[in-house]
Write a protein that binds this ligand. Sequence first.
Ligand code: FES
Ligand code: FES
Length: 169
Amino acid sequence: MKKVKVELKLNGKQFKTEVEARTLLVDLVRELADQTATHIGCDTSNCGACTVLLDGRPVKSCTVLAAQAGGRDVKTLEGLSEDPLMKKLKDQFLDKHGLQCGFCTSGMLISSYSLLRKKQKPDELEIRESLSGNICRCTGYGGIVDAIKSVQPGIEKERVAPAPEIQRN
Ligand code: FES
Ligand code: FES
């Protein structure tokens, strides 16, 4: 199988590799870059466990080819470990019982982080809409929503880049 070269920024560092044209971004992140906080729950764009930030926007990394991420900025949960907002979110997920098995949690955190970067105090509907692409089979979502609501303001607002066109071949 013909390989293609891919170079991207992953969690703040340049990352170069060669992949098959059909390799998915989630497989590059997990298997080649060893960033295993990102999970694979379905591989069919349903569960959201594989959500990462691509140029600042949350995307399901099982729907993006690794080659499509070339030249772009990818962040996983590992890359946000020192981020003050992410730390607050993690604390609240623990405090409000926003996780049980934890399988969905990485994706939930990335989606809610993205929401709170855009809006400091979203209402419940906005929170639930922002999580509509993330499935949790354990919590019933109440603890997750409470956790996001409980993050205190004081966050720098940051406009994120428009979503790039992503096509799956
Ligand atoms: S693994 Fe990507 S959406 Fe489920
Ligand atoms: S905590 Fe188990 S799937 Fe969400």
